[in-house]
Design a protein around this ligand. Structure first.
Ligand SMILES: Cc1ncc(COP(=O)(O)O)c(C=O)c1O
Length: 376
């Protein structure tokens, strides 16, 4: 069986170090908000050339905390895409706002040329999603945001380490939101997330929101450190043991990305003569290939045949958000017809790609795909 993703090989390699880190951390007597968290936040910021950042419970929380931090709520509108993971939109809904969906381009990302059409007096922010490890056109998006005085919240859950014109994702907007869900570029052994910002004021606010709205370093009143909410917040802490694992893996991120890029290049080489639409990297972008997404109108037939060869395939994502029962009611007439989104969701599928995927496995998938595609 060639799996779409697995952490087991990685765990086998890191097991000794992971168990040692967990043991050391638990012996420290600090379950939350200890040395491991501090070390992680500092290193993550440095590695991604960010200014400030708060580690939080998940990528969904990162988006939600960024929205709350920017004061977005009831009646506000956020411009984003329908071709994304559910949490992009669930975070918007959770803070009381609604999503305005813009169609994607052939690259599966927000079509920046169409954004202005969707801006209304209620629009507060643009939420570009750097899907599959690619980067949205941040030059155009930043220009529009400036013109209409809109905030930018980047959804970087799939694109940690990706760059646009040599600048890291998460550093363009008012906030950048990352996920450490196990499959992600930097995967925890559980949930985790991170929200970055260029503003000290927003940083401090998001830090309070992470922990019930409490100002943790309020030196003026020691009781207020623990039991006084300065504003409405949530619980979005991560345990120190999780950070001890993330701290082990963080220095390896660049080599993990390198491996992903190498595998992606090999897929492109092996599949270039087929009828599949392959991912293309734009000249001014560095894609981290969280996913290797291809398109074919006969997707379902191809997947069925791959299954017979014991090859696991994912679809990211088979349903556009604006067609889902949970979110249909936030879709206005203007946003209910997204032709490219709808076409793509019917034909996309993701080939197995993760750092521990063996080159021989990739070659096998490619060979079988070549054979299937000649016959259909
Ligand atoms: C594009 C996108 N946004 C947000 C998230 C939410 O991250 P998490 O699963 O860590 O809450 C994910 C993760 O699945 C994602 O892929």
């Amino acid at each position: 069986m060639i799996k779409s993703w697995s952490y087991v090989e990685e765990y086998k390699e890191l097991r000794k170090k992971i168990l040692e880190s967990i043991d050391r951390t638990l012996k420290s007597g600090q379950i939350f908000f200890g040395k491991e968290l501090k070390k992680f936040e500092k290193t993550f910021i440095k590695q991604n050339n960010l200014r400030y950042g708060v580690a939080v419970g998940s990528g969904t929380d990162a988006l939600y905390i960024a929205l709350l931090g920017l004061g977005i709520g009831q009646g506000d509108e956020i411009i984003t895409v329908s071709n994304t993971a559910i949490p992009t939109v669930s975070a918007i809904k959770s803070c009381g706002a609604s999503a305005k969906f813009v169609d994607i381009g052939e690259d599966y990302l927000i079509n920046a040329n169409k954004i202005e059409k969707y801006i209304s007096k209620n629009t507060k922010a643009i939420m570009p999603v750097h899907l599959y490890g690619q980067v949205c056109d941040m030059e155009k998006i930043c220009k529009i945001a400036k013109k209409y005085k809109l905030k930018i919240i980047e959804d970087c859950a799939q694109a940690q380490g990706a760059k646009f014109k040599n600048k890291y994702v998460g550093s363009f907007g008012d906030a950048g939101c990352f996920s450490f869900y196990p499959t992600k570029i930097l995967g925890a052994y559980g949930d985790g997330g991170f929200v970055s910002t260029n503003s000290m004021k927003l940083y401090k606010k998001m830090k309070r929101i992470r922990f019930y709205g409490i100002e943790q370093n309020d030196k003026k009143n020691k009781f207020k450190n623990k039991y006084y909410a300065n504003e409405h917040g949530i619980n979005s802490r991560i345990a120190e043991i999780q950070f001890s694992i993330l701290n082990l893996k963080l220095p390896k991120v660049n080599s993990l990305i390198k491996r992903r890029r190498k595998l992606a290049k090999l897929y492109t080489q092996e599949l270039k003569n087929t009828s599949l639409k392959l991912p293309a990297e734009k000249t001014n972008c560095k894609n981290v290939f969280y996913l290797y997404v291809v398109y074919h109108p006969k997707r379902d037939l191809i997947i069925e045949k791959l299954k017979k060869h014991n090859i696991q395939i994912n679809i990211n994502y088979p349903f556009p958000i604006h067609k889902m029962k949970a979110y249909r009611n936030m879709v206005s007439k203007k946003c209910d017809y997204l032709p490219i989104t709808e076409k793509m969701t019917k034909g996309i599928f993701s080939l197995p790609l993760y750092p521990k995927l063996k080159t021989s496995e990739l070659l096998k998938v490619s060979k079988i795909l070549n054979r299937i595609l000649i016959r259909i």
